[in-house]
Design a binder for this molecule. Structure first.
Ligand SMILES: [Zn+2]
Length: 363
């Protein structure tokens, strides 16, 4: 019986580290489990230029240095934030060249306008207004990350990904020159099928733990549950099953992206609840428990540690992460000074535990 499982240290290809006080609270969880993370740019004041991405990276690195000086993480802990720029209709195409030259910007992120948290400044017409910028991305080989949902209010919220695939992704795939990576957050069966449809396309998808564990019924089960309200929203059971099969299959086009997106409890348990699940505190425990539940622990390392860097032609990490088979309860609440966060699956028992996962409360 396996009671311990060691894998190459994973990367998180989609995380929201937030800013200011929240940054100091949440960066610790990500840094302990992941060697690299793609940091999303949708701050309250979005990261829309290379200069802003460099400044945000500095704030993240300062926060890590502070944690090291306080002995909350080991001095030798290696973590590389992969910075992104929030794409707008008005983003000059030369910004791509500046971003490339900086050496610290990893990708541009497309948020269709008003599709999720702080996306009101996002893109209205990608193919109409950003074609030159897309060309420059191809020239310099920089990835385009995509929040794959239309924000058209006439489209049912549960259909937004499917419609986005028809309206945008199909065209992006057809732009034959577009050889560089397009990473999408796909969370429906149609999204999985779209990725699988063409093995040679430059399109891959990240999958969150919340979409692997829950379906949309869970948002409403026993009363409205704001802690399962995230965007892209949870989908049908058949979508969850398709995602579970894709994630645990080992297929190189699917890899780990937590989309961990914390909000203070007061903003979640609110008449106008914010969208986002916080899972970074126990992400690898969640993923390991999910993979084990379908007997596919053997593919966890591919999903968490290999498929991502292989897709981007980056080196695989050298460090390791050990998981233990040990029942553990996800805390009901995580607290740090004035911030309270309700983690994903709060109060539930997980079968796997990564080391030091719950020392969040030691803050
Ligand atoms: Zn996100």
């Amino acid at each position: 019986m396996i009671d311990k499982f060691t894998i190459t240290k994973p990367d998180d290809w989609h995380v929201h580290l937030r800013d200011s006080q929240m940054l100091d609270v949440v960066v610790l969880d990500t840094v302990k489990q992941f060697a690299r993370a793609v940091v999303m740019p949708n701050l309250q004041i979005p990261v829309i230029t290379t200069e802003m991405a460099i400044a945000y990276r500095e704030r993240i690195l300062n926060s890590i240095e502070k944690l090291k000086s306080e002995n909350r993480i080991e001095v030798g802990n290696i973590f590389e934030p992969l910075m992104t720029i929030y794409l707008q209709d008005s983003t000059p195409s030369e910004e791509v060249l500046r971003a490339k030259k900086s050496g610290v910007v990893f990708a541009f992120k497309l948020y269709p306008a008003s599709s999720t948290t702080n996306s009101q400044h996002g893109v209205v017409d990608l193919l109409g207004n950003c074609s030159e910028l897309l060309e420059n991305l191809q020239k310099v080989g920089m990835p385009l990350l995509v929040h794959s949902e239309v924000s058209d209010r006439r489209v049912d919220i549960f259909d937004r990904e499917r419609v986005f695939i028809d309206r945008v992704m199909v065209i992006l795939r057809k732009i034959s020159k577009f050889k560089n990576s397009i990473l999408s957050i796909f969370l429906t069966k149609e999204g999985v099928d779209f990725v699988l449809d063409d093995d040679n396309s430059p399109i891959a998808a990240t999958i969150t733990p919340q979409h692997l564990i829950y379906n949309r019924n869970d948002i409403f089960f026993g009363g409205l549950n704001p802690h399962l309200y995230c965007l892209p929203i949870l989908k049908k059971e058949e979508d969850r099953i398709a995602l579970l099969n894709a994630a645990t299959s080992g297929n190189k086009k699917f890899f780990l992206g937590t989309d961990s997106a914390p909000h203070d409890k007061s903003f979640k348990e609110n008449a106008c609840s914010c969208a986002g699940c916080y899972n970074a505190s126990h992400a690898m425990s969640l993923y390991a428990s999910i993979f084990d539940s379908v007997g596919r622990l053997d593919n966890l390392e591919l999903f968490a540690s290999f498929n991502g860097p292989d897709f981007y032609n980056l080196p695989r990490n050298k460090e390791l992460l050990t998981l233990y088979k040990e029942d553990n309860i996800v805390p009901n609440e995580l607290t740090s000074n004035d911030i309270k966060i309700i983690p994903l699956s709060a109060g539930k028992i997980l079968k796997w535990l990564y080391v030091a996962v719950f020392d969040f409360n030691l803050f």
